[in-house]
Design a protein around this ligand. Sequence first.
Ligand SMILES: *[C@@H]1O[C@H](CO)[C@@H](O)[C@H](O)[C@H]1NC(C)=O
Ligand SMILES: *[C@@H]1O[C@H](CO)[C@@H](O)[C@H](O)[C@H]1NC(C)=O
Ligand SMILES: *[C@@H]1O[C@H](CO)[C@@H](O)[C@H](O)[C@H]1NC(C)=O
Ligand SMILES: *[C@@H]1O[C@H](CO)[C@@H](O)[C@H](O)[C@H]1NC(C)=O
Length: 964
Amino acid sequence: MKRLLGLFVLFVVVPVLVRSLNPPLNEDVLGLIVFKADIEDPEGKLASWNEDDDNPCNWVGLKCNPRSNRVVELHLDGFALNGRLGRGLLQLQFLRKLSLANNNLTGNLSPNNARFENLRVVDLSGNGFHGMIPDDFFRQCGSLRVISLANNKISGKIPESLSSCSSLAAVNLSSNQFSGSLPSGIWSLTGLRSLDLSDNILEGEIAPEVKGMNNLRAVNLGKNRFSGQIPDGIGSCLLLRSVDLSENSFSGNVPATMKKLSLCSTINLRRNLFEGEVPEWIGGMEGLEILDLSGNRFSGPIPSSFGNLQKLKVLNLSGNGLTGSLAESIVPSQNLSAMDLGHGSLTGVLPAWILKLGSQNVLPSDIKRSSLSTTVGKALANLQVLDLSHNAFSGEISPDIGILSSLQVLNLCKNSFVGAIPESIGDLKALVFLDLSENQLNGSIPETLGGDVSLKELRLEKNLLEGAVPNSVGNCSSLVTLDVSENRLTGSIPAELSQLINLQIVDLSTNNLSGALPKQLANLPNLLLFNISHNNLQGELPAGGFFNTISPSSVAGNPSLCGSIVKRSCPGVLPKPIVLNPNSSSDAGSPSLPTTLGHKRIILSISALIAIGAAAVILVGVVAITVINLHVRSSANRPEAAITFSGGDDFSHSPTTDANSGKLVMFSGEPDFSTGAHALLNKDCELGRGGFGAVYQTVLRDGHPVAIKKLTVSSLVKSQEEFEREVKKLGKVRHQNLVALEGYYWTPSLQLLIYEFVSGGSLYKQLHEGLGGNILSWNERFNIILGTAKSLAHLHQMNIIHYNIKSSNVLIDSSGEPKVGDFGLARLLPMLDRYVLSSKIQSALGYMAPEFACKTVKITEKCDVYGFGVLVLEVVTGKRPVEYMEDDVVVLCDMVRRELEEGQVEECIDGRLQRNFPLEEAIPVVKLGLICTSQVPSNRPDMAEVVNILELIRCPSEGQEELG
Ligand SMILES: *[C@@H]1O[C@H](CO)[C@@H](O)[C@H](O)[C@H]1NC(C)=O
Ligand SMILES: *[C@@H]1O[C@H](CO)[C@@H](O)[C@H](O)[C@H]1NC(C)=O
Ligand SMILES: *[C@@H]1O[C@H](CO)[C@@H](O)[C@H](O)[C@H]1NC(C)=O
Ligand SMILES: *[C@@H]1O[C@H](CO)[C@@H](O)[C@H](O)[C@H]1NC(C)=O
């Protein structure tokens, strides 16, 4: 580096001297090394540039002349280079092509860092160059053929000196902040083939000299502030293929001389102030592929000559005042992919060609759809956008619309279409946007709409539609916006809507919808608007999610709705059971229980059920799990056998009446319940409560006991799909020291996890509540520590973090083996949010690793090691992680650490053991616990190491170097 610095000074201070050294160093090496020294190369792309090389010809990104070994081309596109251009490149006297596109270079461009003496191609596009370019920047640019400064932040005028670069063929200054008028000589650059000045803030008129541009093929002045007329001379630029003058303030008529541009394939005049009739002669430009005249002041009809544009792909005439009808005689290109005639005053019925594009005559009506699509389908294969909105079209929408198989956007809104929405609309599998609003469509919304699986936006508002919103809407799984307001729709709101998790805007207002709102709607995570005002909806609003904050105007005008938002109290309703069918697809009988059956009768028909009873806060929701394939057992007829849930935090207080969407899965195969489990779980069977929910005990009919955890974080859990994926993953985890997850039960508002039942109670109870009156022996304690360590090591090996290790989560089975439960539940939360994690785990005071409080530290499996360390100290000392004394708070690990430092560890070992333990085991175990509770995560050992260490402590004969 010293040498480099020396060179740099030498180079900057006395370049002449350098040249006269004969030749100590290749000048190109010097220039490039200086260039490299001025910039940052974060990805080390220039690592091969070594100042000790005799010549740079093997360096990455450059090309030498093989005879002279001088650098002629430098290509460093996309090298992620940062910083400013120094003077280094000026040294490369034989450079012809310089391309530094798409880096992150900044600073001004000036003759001090870029000169064009021999350069032919310069591409500095896609960087962060800014500031003005000095007027003399382009002097001596006689060789320059191609220059691109596109996509920078350069401002000021385009230097006049550009006009002196007489060899220029391509100029691209697009997407900068160039302002002012064009250099006066620019139209004298007769060699120009391509001129792109788009997306700047240039202004002024185009000079009439344009006519000399005999080589010009593409001109793009779009997105500027140019004004005035297009000069007639443009018609003499006979090679022009693409003319883009869009988004300026050009005005007047389009000059008729343009019809001579027979090679032209793109004309884009969008959003200017052009006026007059749409020129008939455009139809003679047979090479046209893109014609965009939208957003001007054109008037009159669409010329019938447009039927000659057989290569046309995009036709946009929208936002003009066009009148007249679409002549039957126009048969536009079979290659058309977008046709936008919106925002005009077009009238009449849709000509057959819109639907049967390419067929010369209307096909006889008795030809079946299938044959139609074979004759016509090919021709239509490309139409993706059809926008005829905001006109005065009338008549019916033909069922033939279904053959536009590529259609993504169909916008017919604000016309006068009548009749029904054709069923064939459901054949448009590619449809993303469908807007038929503000017409006079009647009939019902076709069930087939569910076939439009790509649909994101569905607008049918302000028509005369009747009947119900079809349940099949639930199949449009991409739907974001649904607006069917201001129709005559009846029936209830389909529960299937709650499957559409992308929904943001739902407007069902001003119809005659009735019935209750499906509770599951509260689970829609992305809602921004749910307007049901002015209908006849009844009952209570869904609780939770968006509905907690729904605006009163969105629910107004429904006299029978109740709840706090509409300021009407809901009448008490007798609890009714929900029928949860664990296996609805495989059985035809059970799912269709008549809903008119009374409470008692349904319970009678339930062949087995689990009931979880807990204190009800206000009203009680009653849930029963039905099980199929089993005979009715009359003895099961006990009203109190229904599962009753506490009002809790997540449950609505009124009963849910839908009889669908429950799903029970047992990982061991057949749901055990179907073999006739009959059990009651009530509040007496509550085993405990944790951050994630309460746990109840039950016994299956075959005598197999299970523990059921009711998740109380249901408003936080992920979608069903993600929930099931995570739960299944947890279900695969089997280890003798882990509580096995045997199955789960899902509804959108209720989730149960079914666990192996462990009989001996928790470690917490054994340690601190003297469960059963006996004190754990040292050996039992050691076993518990070792087993717990093994279980965590196993989890970590499977990439699962427990997140919630604590003594109340360690259960002891009848043989004294520890079994760790509640692992991995944080995965069920939508995101591993620190706040949620720490608030869910806050009950586990004292076990929480310090990094939870520190935003910048990543949470890893080492947080479990911390919790484990605390647990070790807890087991050994018999004290809680945090003990509240009269006027003091004692943190266990601090206390133990102090005792260790004072050399009296044995003082802190559980007094109830009455010194009945081997010190040579107890002391290393305490030390291990302290190491595991290191503040810095990386100082804590892995759980696999912990297991090894514990095994060494137990069998000291095999070596005990590590802890003594
Ligand atoms: C570009 O540079 C800026 C500032 O030097 C930096 O913040 C940014 O991350 C860089 N971008 C890339 C893509 O390297
Ligand atoms: C000008 O450069 C921009 C950015 O690199 C590019 O997208 C555009 O196509 C170029 N224009 C022409 C006419 O090549
Ligand atoms: C047609 O032009 C209008 C206005 O310029 C624009 O909003 C619309 O997206 C264009 N249509 C198509 C299909 O590109
Ligand atoms: C339609 O487009 C294809 C491919 O872009 C082209 O080969 C074909 O000639 C076009 N058809 C017409 C009638 O222009």
